[in-house]
Each structure stands twice: as C-alpha cells, then as structure tokens.
Design a protein around this ligand. Structure first.
Ligand SMILES: [Zn+2]
Ligand SMILES: [Zn+2]
Length: 181
C-alpha cells in the first residue's frame, strides 16, 4: 500500500497544515506501517464544502472530492486539514474514511492542545494525528470499530480517548488487516 498525504485548505490557502507537520506525519506513517508515503505539495481547496455558519467543512463531501482524484490501485489518499470537520448528524468528527475505499480525511483542529486552552504541544499533536491516520487507514482497509479501548480502531470522540489508544492495532485487528490487505 502507498499513502499520499494531501493538504486541504480554504480558497486562500487557509487551513492547510504546515509542511513541517505533514513531513513529520509522513515520516511517522512510513516508519509505523513500513509503506511509501508521499506529501502532495499543492493543497486542494475545499472552499465549496466549507459551511460558513457552522465554521466547518463536510467530511463526507471531501471524501467524494478525493475520489475524483482517482487514487492509484493499492494506494490511499489521506486529506489532512487544520479546518474543523463535520457530518450533518454530528457536532464534529476528527476524521472520516471510506470503508474499503481509497480515501480518508483527518483534521488537526481538535487535536491541538490550544483548542482546549492549553499550551501548544507539537509532539502530542503528531501522536494524535498519527493515531487518527491509522484509524482511518484501518477503515479504508475494511476494518470496523474495535471494542478494545487500547486499539487504534476503537471509536474515540474526545482527545483524551485518543490519548488512551496506542498507536497500533490490537492482535485481532492486526490479523484482520493482513488478511484484508
Ligand atoms: Zn472510525
Ligand atoms: Zn482492535
């Protein structure tokens, strides 16, 4: 499997993660998953998918836009943004992925300590982003949510729950992954 990290921004480039952050995430992903990981230099605009009243972008519509880029066989496009994401039935989502599909998206917005009024912590941010990336990648490979709270495939709706998860798959999910992959 190959992984392509694609920065997502609003029209003016607003909301795209820094190159430094994307590079760190790519290096982590390549190390943890032993896969080729590429950072796309040009951000994709998701301006039309941004809801000004909510102040959020609609993640499911982003997945459809990523799909239009026709990801190569055996490769996954992971959109990464600083913009807050939502799906209509939920207040927010950390990310979303196609189950058994090549597209996924994650947001750094609520993974930053600053969001909770705390001091910035870049290492913690990378760790949380990596866990979210692994979780969504798991979905793209056909994995569903796991009941083991330590597993990266467990569902998490708060940053604290993400911190409890390890940056890896439990033995059951890991076994499923090798079978699916
Ligand atoms: Zn999930
Ligand atoms: Zn699991």
């Amino acid at each position: 499997m190959g992984l392509q990290l694609l920065p997502l921004s609003r029209g003016g480039g607003d909301g795209a993660p820094s190159v430094a952050l994307l590079d760190r995430l790519a290096a982590e992903a390549a190390r943890l998953l032993a896969i080729a990981c590429h950072v796309e230099p040009q951000a994709m605009s998701i301006e039309p998918l941004f809801d000004d009243i909510r102040g959020q972008a609609w993640s499911t519509a982003i997945l459809a836009r990523l799909q239009e880029r026709r990801p190569a066989r055996n490769s996954v496009i992971l959109g990464v943004t600083e913009l807050d994401l939502y799906v209509p039935v939920l207040t927010f989502v950390f990310g979303e992925a196609q189950l058994n599909g090549p597209c996924a998206v994650i947001s750094a917005h609520r993974l930053r300590e600053e969001y909770y009024g705390l001091e910035p912590n870049e290492d913690l941010l990378v760790e949380r982003l990596m866990k979210e990336a692994l979780h969504e990648l798991g979905h793209t490979q056909g994995l569903r949510h796991c009941t083991d709270w330590r597993c990266v495939m467990s569902s998490a709706h708060t940053a604290e729950r993400i911190d409890l998860r390890q940056a890896g798959f439990c033995p059951v999910c890991a076994r499923l992954l090798t079978r699916l992959g």
